[in-house]
Design a protein around this ligand. Structure first.
Ligand SMILES: Nc1ncnc2c1ncn2[C@@H]1O[C@H](COP(=O)(O)OP(=O)(O)OP(=O)(O)O)[C@@H](O)[C@H]1O
Length: 226
């Protein structure tokens, strides 16, 4: 995956949420940490074109997010902070199938892909369950399945262990560790990113530190006064 920010920034109502940044993201596993409101989610949403840069440009594998949002989003899956907001249809299998609707596949092909992705996350027994009955951890896995069924090259997860109990947190961590896809993970759960290749520390809309997880986490503790 080759994500490039070229003096790219984003503002809302004239306030810069992300100040112009030039950075290339090519590592397999990248973590994003920082205080509340420091610009992490805005930066991540700029990667898949959900937020357009008000300054500069962002490209993903050579595709400009402002010019080819659809092409970018076919390569970049995004798992939102709250998976309840992501899952649209009441039955898990139907929701996973939804992602494939744009592809012209036969019923047999759709079934094979959906069965495959549910098996990959060990949630086949949940296929016919109502989504609102699932636990927090099951919902996170369901959201992952719904996004990964379309085979994106990069998946962005926004606070995937937020609100999970220890068992579900470990389950989601193990699942992320095993993903073959490139990942960008935003997290307040520092343990989740400590084995990653690279961690970006955001502060007041800027990257304050960019490097090894241990260094970025140490700096984060300093600015948080911990
Ligand atoms: N759609 C929006 N409209 C207006 N302001 C926004 C919007 N999205 C983000 N902001 C503002 O931009 C700033 C950065 O927000 P962002 O969500 O990127 O931070 P964050 O680091 O992800 O925070 P958190 O850890 O709390 O999720 C905040 O001041 C926020 O209020």
């Amino acid at each position: 995956m080759d994500v490039r920010f070229l003096q790219a920034g984003a503002s809302f109502d004239g306030r810069m949420a992300v100040r112009p940044i030039s950075v290339s993201l090519t590592e397999r596993r990248i973590g994003i940490i920082g205080l509340n409101g420091s610009g992490k989610t805005t930066f991540a949403r700029m990667i898949n074109g959900l937020v357009q840069p008000s300054h500069g440009r962002v490209s993903v594998n050579g595709l400009d997010t402002a010019q080819d949002g659809e092409g970018v989003r076919s390569q970049v899956g995004f798992i939102f902070q709250n998976p309840q907001n992501q899952i649209i249809l009441p039955i898990l299998r139907e929701d996973v199938e939804l992602g494939l609707r744009a592809q012209k596949l036969t019923r047999t092909e759709v079934k094979a892909k959906v069965d495959g992705v549910l098996a990959r996350f060990g949630i086949e027994p949940l296929a016919d369950r109502r989504v609102h009955e699932l636990s927090g951890g099951e919902l996170q896995l369901a959201a992952l399945a719904s996004v990964l069924v379309t085979e994106p090259a990069l998946v962005i997860l926004d606070e995937p262990t937020n609100q999970l109990d220890l068992r579900n947190r470990l389950l989601v961590q193990k699942t992320i560790d095993r993903l073959e896809e490139d990942v960008v993970v935003i997290s307040h759960d520092l343990e989740l990113v400590e084995t990653f290749d690279r961690v970006l520390l955001f502060h007041e809309g800027q990257i304050l530190m960019d490097g090894l997880p241990a260094d970025a986490i140490r700096r984060y503790r300093e600015i948080a006064g911990a």
